[in-house]
Design a binder for this molecule. Structure first.
Ligand SMILES: Cc1cc2nc3c(=O)[nH]c(=O)nc-3n(C[C@H](O)[C@H](O)[C@H](O)COP(=O)(O)OP(=O)(O)OC[C@H]3O[C@@H](n4cnc5c(N)ncnc54)[C@H](O)[C@@H]3O)c2cc1C
Length: 453
């Protein structure tokens, strides 16, 4: 029988996955409590991208107003994404915005500032924010709950673990051992504000261009560096991915040493422009962020199917997928649709949710390694890269970025629910919707004219 009261949803973790789930559940009339360790995330992070499959979700919020607020602080005059060899030889360019209709669906900027905009919207729609509380224990069952470090208990009809790459739900809810997490790589990352002094510097002045936001990538063996500029030549974020086999154990984010970054640039024989960007970066802004890798899970559901993992807790994407944030947001929408449509049958809703999302997120999750290895193992002397420079392009296949998660979730809910009710047998890969595509280079082909806005 359908539930006659709103569902009580407890969400752990206010990253983009948890926030999206909270907003989308609230918009569908559920009572939502969001429990987050940190009091604020405004100062955290440097650059994060949302491509049109994620941006479409934002664009649906408040008649596009959330997107308008985001665009004020994001790359809004991006021209081309440019790819270089380490020595500065340009090898490929592609439009930053591939199609005109992507403009209001593609957001990239400072993670903390973007997070604040989405957080404000979650608060506005009435999500109950419980910040400054670290969950230490998940309790599964028909009335699932979580307990915080101070002993506070939050109970509901469903618990959503959106607690990121270091999720404790993996052990406590799924009963998995805490596997080793080092991906073998780390990222030096930084964000800083450009000044008039930088605008006078011969190698830095191009980054202070007030008319065009820059999106640039350099790659060589085992190293790649990306620079973004935005906010009319005032904001600059850079990331340098490098090999790092240290056992990261408990710690996975350290202050970065400028000299270590410069040593990496020297080792990769990167051009002087990059050295100057790093020299201009205040050392206190540099973070050495260890990249966590988690193998795909066999299920994201607790034994009772009343607790579920989403986002990086379920499928920990590396940044090279360019999809971690967007896939976490897709989870949030699919979850809200499935809970809404299952009318109080939480276990049914979560099982359908998993079948909507499993195969699709698996392909983008695994692609993050393939794309990184592609960047780092280019045979510059061979003919292949000369003839196929597009293989270095950002992974934006149409089947990924044109996807409308809300529409697809609504479309397939009944069919998948019938499978669940009828006890259809098979592996999760067989029972779930097909991924819809792959990351073969042929799917990376670009089309369409260059767009101006
Ligand atoms: C501080 C921060 C900075 C980041 N910066 C960048 C960046 O600059 N560029 C980029 O590409 N990606 C960045 N990411 C990662 C990116 O945001 C995510 O990969 C992606 O958006 C997936 O989101 P998620 O919601 O699944 O996980 P996450 O974004 O990792 O969010 C998980 C949330 O859960 C909270 N949490 C974890 N454990 C508990 C607990 N026990 N109790 C309560 N709360 C808990 C965390 O504090 C966090 O807010 C950052 C993530 C964080 C948390």
């Amino acid at each position: 029988m359908a539930l006659t009261r709103p569902l009580d949803v407890i969400i752990v973790g206010a990253g983009f996955g948890g926030l999206t789930a909270a907003i989308e559940c609230k918009l569908r009339g559920m009572n939502v409590t969001l429990v987050e360790t940190y009091p604020t995330s405004l100062n955290y992070g440097d650059i994060i991208d949302f491509f049109p499959n994620g941006g479409r979700i934002i664009e649906n919020w408040e008649n596009g107003q959330v997107g308008r607020d985001l665009m004020k602080i994001c790359i809004n005059q991006g021209d081309q994404f440019q790819y270089f060899k380490a020595d500065g030889t340009k090898i490929y360019t592609e439009d930053w915005i591939l199609e005109p209709h992507h403009y209001w669906k593609q957001y990239a900027g400072h993670r903390g500032q973007m997070h604040k905009v989405v957080l404000d919207y979650a608060e506005k729609v009435g999500v109950n924010m419980q910040f400054g509380h670290r969950v230490t224990q998940y309790h599964d069952g028909d009335k699932p709950s979580v307990t915080t470090a101070e002993g506070k208990v939050f109970a509901g009809d469903v618990v959503v673990a959106a607690d990121g790459p270091r999720s404790i739900a993996r052990q406590q809810v799924l009963g998995l051992p805490d596997t080793k997490v080092n991906s073998g790589y780390a990222i030096f990352r930084a964000y800083f504000t450009l000044t008039e002094e930088h605008a006078k510097h011969p190698l830095l002045k191009e980054f202070c261009d007030q008319t065009v936001d820059k999106t640039l990538l350099w790659t060589t063996k085992d190293l790649h560096m990306i620079i973004y500029t935005w906010n009319k030549g005032k904001d600059l974020g850079w990331v340098l991915t490098h090999k790092d086999t240290e056992d990261i154990g408990e710690s996975w984010s350290f202050p970065g040493r400028k000299q270590d970054v410069l040593d990496c640039l020297a080792q990769g024989k990167f051009e002087k422009r990059l050295v100057e960007v790093v020299n201009a970066t205040p050392e206190k802004n540099i973070v050495d962020y260890k990249l966590v890798w988690r193998d795909p899970l066999e299920t994201w559901l607790s034994p009772s199917a009343h607790t579920v993992l989403i986002g990086d807790a379920a499928h920990c994407h590396l940044p090279t997928s360019a999809q971690g944030g967007s896939q976490a947001m897709e989870d949030g929408v699919a979850l809200a649709v499935a809970l809404d449509r299952s009318q109080g049958d939480v276990a049914l809703g979560l099982r359908v949710f998993e079948r909507i999302r499993f195969n699709r997120s698996h392909v983008t999750h695994m692609a993050s390694i393939a794309v990184r290895d592609g960047y780092h193992n280019v045979d510059w002397d061979g003919d292949f890269i000369r003839e196929n420079p597009h293989i270095l392009a950002l992974p934006r296949p149409e089947w990924v970025i044109e996807y409308d998660i809300e529409k697809e979730s609504e479309k397939y809910f009944e069919r998948l629910a019938a499978d669940v009710r009828n006890g259809r047998k098979g592996t999760i890969q067989e029972l779930a919707l097909p991924a819809g595509g792959d990351y073969e280079p042929k799917t990376l082909k670009r089309k369409g004219p260059r767009s101006k806005f």
